[in-house]
Design a protein around this ligand. Structure first.
Ligand SMILES: Cc1cc2nc3c(=O)[nH]c(=O)nc-3n(C[C@H](O)[C@H](O)[C@H](O)COP(=O)(O)O)c2cc1C
Length: 379
């Protein structure tokens, strides 16, 4: 099958993914919170960012490489942490870690993934990041860091934009229950997706494997898509960030930053990079689009800025980099790709993003990512 003609864009992978996974899984992966205004705003605000074409540059090769956290990287994007990836497609975490190693991309494993750090350790590449939802208990906190380090994770990411649970009404409407029950409604949704059902039957239903070690009676009966974090974790504060900074000897990134003043303060605490994110509109439905706040965060800090939420192609990556981002992460896109095509989807999505970057850099006369013009806003 010629993937390029059948699935030329991420939207094609998304459509195919929806046909292959049960409705409740789709709703977990695809939905935002509230009326999904922030989720939509991420898209419309990216569309408003214009870049002026530039002509008569002759023939040239485009260079997609960039430097982040002291490493030269062939491509300016990577894989954001997603809880319960393995629910979207069996073995997703392993596939993503393997794909990232093969393609030299950073892969971020979530605390609430369906694979533990130990599960993915054998297939991790050199650029493995561990994302922490902050446990309240200091012993658990230390243990998680030790396990991540021992498994080969070099970069630590603390997510700070989930101070409380968000409501995710669309997810609730799909019929996910708490505690988890395979109700007739969910069974009917699963029955309509035989490839997913067969694969899951072979693997068993996924759960948050890292947290098995800390399971108590209270955490055992959580729904597959819930953050066990809500029981184990705390809402972190500035002292928590300092504690982690001291406890982790590698690069340390704080994810979910939307204000310049916060970025500035984090820089003062010795954080190595700022990750601008609104969690793809899954947390707070009055949040601005990340592309709207990016210029102010850029002005506030000299730290590298990692950016996500709503990126759908190479052109979006250029829009964000022209607006001040140093590196781009994608969350849902990799899962649409995996659910659509299995592990080949990871390579195909990388191909789509790279080709789209090159085509649009050609229009801008930009040989390298550092040559992008300043963006302007369409009214
Ligand atoms: C299904 C799903 C689960 C997620 N789980 C986590 C998580 O466990 N930890 C985290 O820091 N972010 C999580 N995120 C947010 C992503 O890391 C990332 O910020 C977001 O998906 C980026 O937007 P995009 O999906 O439009 O690329 C999740 C996102 C989705 C869609």
């Amino acid at each position: 099958m010629d993937l390029n003609s059948r699935y030329p864009a991420l939207s094609d992978l998304r459509t195919r993914a929806q046909q292959r996974i049960p409705k409740f899984v789709w709703e977990y992966l695809d939905s935002g919170t509230g009326d999904e205004a922030t989720r939509r705003r991420n898209r419309t605000a990216l569309n408003r960012v214009g870049l002026l074409p530039s002509i008569l540059h002759g023939e040239f090769e485009t260079d997609l490489s960039t430097n982040l956290l002291g490493q030269q990287r062939a491509l300016p994007f990577g894989i954001a942490p997603v809880g319960m990836s393995g629910l979207m497609w069996p073995d997703a975490e392993r596939n993503l870690a393997q794909g990232a190693a093969r393609l030299n991309l950073p892969y971020t494993l979530s605390t609430v993934a369906a694979a533990s750090p130990e599960d993915v350790a054998p297939v991790l590449g050199k650029d493995a990041w561990f994302q922490m939802y902050p446990p309240r208990d200091e012993g658990i906190r230390k243990d998680m860091l030790d396990r991540a380090r021992a498994a080969g994770f070099k970069t630590l990411v603390l997510t700070v934009d989930v101070p409380v649970a968000s409501r995710r009404e669309r997810q609730t409407r799909s019929g996910i229950t708490n505690p988890p029950r395979l109700t007739p409604r969910l069974m009917a949704q699963i029955a309509m997706r035989p490839a997913w059902a067969m694969a899951m039957a072979r693997k068993g239903m996924p759960h948050m494997r890292m947290l098995d070690a800390y399971a108590t009676a209270a955490t055992k009966n959580l729904p597959v898509t819930a953050h066990v974090g809500y029981l184990l974790r705390t809402s972190p504060d500035w002292d928590y960030v300092s504690w982690l900074r001291d406890a982790w000897d590698g690069p340390f990134v704080v994810k979910g930053v939307m204000r310049g003043t916060d970025a500035e303060r984090l820089e003062g605490l010795g954080v190595d990079a700022i990750w601008v994110s609104n969690h793809a509109g899954r947390q707070f439905d009055a949040a601005p689009a990340t592309i709207e706040v990016l210029p102010a965060v850029r002005r506030a800090t000299r730290l590298p800025i990692i950016f996500d939420s709503g990126i759908e192609g190479g052109l979006d990556i250029l829009r964000a980099m022209a607006s001040g981002a140093d590196f781009i992460m994608l969350g849902r896109a990799w899962h649409y790709a995996l659910a659509a095509l299995g592990p080949d989807g990871i390579d195909h999505l990388t191909h789509i993003l790279s080709e789209d970057l090159k085509a649009n850099m050609g229009q801008l006369g930009a040989r390298a990512l550092q040559d992008l013009p300043k963006p302007f806003l369409h009214s």
